[in-house]
Design a protein around this ligand. Structure first.
Ligand SMILES: Cc1ncc(COP(=O)(O)O)c(C=O)c1O
Length: 430
């Protein structure tokens, strides 16, 4: 896929994405601004759905909404054939409001509240059960409401995914899911429940994964677990959810897998593993987040000041920073930087791109080579479509940026910019 959205163009130094000049977007919507390229998102949805249509027709691809969601984005993803995975009541409401079929919503989380589970059961969405207490709570809710609940049981596959410790999830000490024996015991305990129907297993090994081997190992391991579950239930298992986590290219150095080839490979491996195990093919569910929207996104900032510390470094101060992109501070994430205009300039200088927030660590990068900057220039950070808007905060009571989607020379507002007044909205005045 590369580092840039697929519609990225540069014309005499002016950058366009989705056929719209970035400087025109900044003028129309202000900065900082999150921009999503519709064509790139559609392309990435196709990278999952197209190979599966031929190789594994019984599938469902759900977008991991935690990567970033809004009603309009989810309805766009619905038009690309995706369902949605949610991890909170409000995410679930957003998916329902976007018109996602409850059958195509998967509700996750290691500590869902009573209110959230009631919402999920009432709406009829699929629930990934994390542990025994949650199953007991679900049983009470389903029985009280007299509603059948479709569940997957989250199993720790114990596969090493080579990624940052904070985004590994499949290992035995992970807070998510249960070990194999506990999952089987839970399945046995609820097999005959009048309102709980166990669809199958769920697993997820981590995020921003570049190796393909862990995914193939995951297929083998989860097929073996599915076979065991089938014995416990005394019937065929309908679903196997293998999670998401496929990595993307943030910088030239990153080398993620080609999604369509990985997905086709997983489908083939699943078919042969099921055949060997003598079990029917379950519905394959995948939950990509980052790889659907990451590269489609960029964030644009206006340079407010340039501070030179002679012999040490030159800061370019931008009008956003850690509150709209926490990832450099959280995971030491690297990004590709550019400018929206004069992108063809030959004279470059090294800058530390520092945010506006009251933290010394609020620096998006300490060393970026950019065309020599002037106050008022637009700095662009690429690859910010996933886990940026989603993790944004109002630190320092700074309003969060707007989110726009661009396609065929047009822009559509997905989320409006917050205002200073919005920052006071929840305060109770004396
Ligand atoms: C259960 C589950 N599924 C899917 C995802 C999506 O991962 P990614 O955005 O890396 O594809 C996550 C993210 O951590 C997750 O926890």
């Amino acid at each position: 896929m590369g580092v840039f959205p697929i519609t990225y163009r540069q014309d005499a130094g002016d950058v366009t994405v989705g056929g719209v000049r970035l400087c025109d977007l900044a003028a129309a919507y202000g900065t900082p601004l999150y921009v999503l390229d519709a064509a790139t998102i559609r392309d990435m949805c196709g990278a999952y759905v197209t190979p599966l249509q031929s190789a594994y027709p019984n599938h469902m691809v759900v977008y991991a909404g935690k990567a970033g969601m809004s009603i309009r984005l989810l309805s766009f993803l619905k038009s690309c054939g995706l369902g949605v995975d949610v991890v909170s009541g409000a995410e679930c409401l957003t998916a329902l409001r976007a018109g996602i079929d409850p059958d195509k919503i998967v509700f996750h989380g290691n500590n869902k509240s009573l209110e959230e589970l009631q919402l999920a059961v009432n709406a009829g969405v699929n629930i990934v059960v994390d542990h025994e207490q949650e199953m007991a709570m679900l049983s009470d809710i389903a029985t009280a409401l007299g509603r059948r609940v479709l569940v997957m049981l989250r199993l720790k596959p114990e596969i090493e995914a080579h990624t940052h410790d904070y985004i590994k999830t499949g290992q035995i000490d992970s807070k998510f899911g249960l070990d194999k024996d506990s999952v089987m015991a839970l399945a046995a305990a609820y097999n005959a429940h009048a309102f709980i129907h166990i669809l199958g297993l769920h697993s997820h090994i981590g995020s921003q994964i570049f190796d393909t081997e862990p995914y193939y190992d995951l297929v083998d391991r989860m097929v073996a677990h599915t076979q065991s579950l089938s014995q416990v239930l005394g019937r065929d298992v309908e679903v196997l959810n293998l999670g998401g986590g496929m990595g993307i290219q943030y910088t030239e150095q990153d080398d993620p897998p080609v999604v369509s080839a990985l997905v086709a490979g997983m489908a083939e491996k699943l078919k042969s593993a099921c055949q060997k195990a003598g079990i029917p093919l379950p519905k394959l569910v995948l939950e990509p987040g980052r790889s659907i929207v990451g590269v489609a996104g960029l964030t644009m900032y206006r340079v407010g000041a340039i501070k030179d510390i002679p012999g040490i470094k030159t800061y370019a101060f931008i009008d956003g920073g850690m509150a709209d992109n926490i990832r450099p501070m959280l995971y030491q994430s690297q990004y590709t930087f550019g400018v929206a205009q004069r992108a063809d300039a030959t004279e470059h200088k090294t800058y530390a791109v520092a945010g506006r927030y009251c933290e010394s660590g609020d620096v998006l990068s300490h060393t970026v080579s950019l065309p020599t900057l002037q106050v008022g220039d637009l700095i662009v950070v690429y690859g910010t479509g996933a886990y940026n808007y989603a993790m944004a905060s109002n630190y320092n009571r700074v309003p969060r940026p707007a989110v726009v989607m661009v396609e065929n020379g047009k822009s559509t507002l997905l989320v409006r910019r917050e205002t200073m007044e919005d920052m006071l909205h929840f305060d109770v005045e004396a």
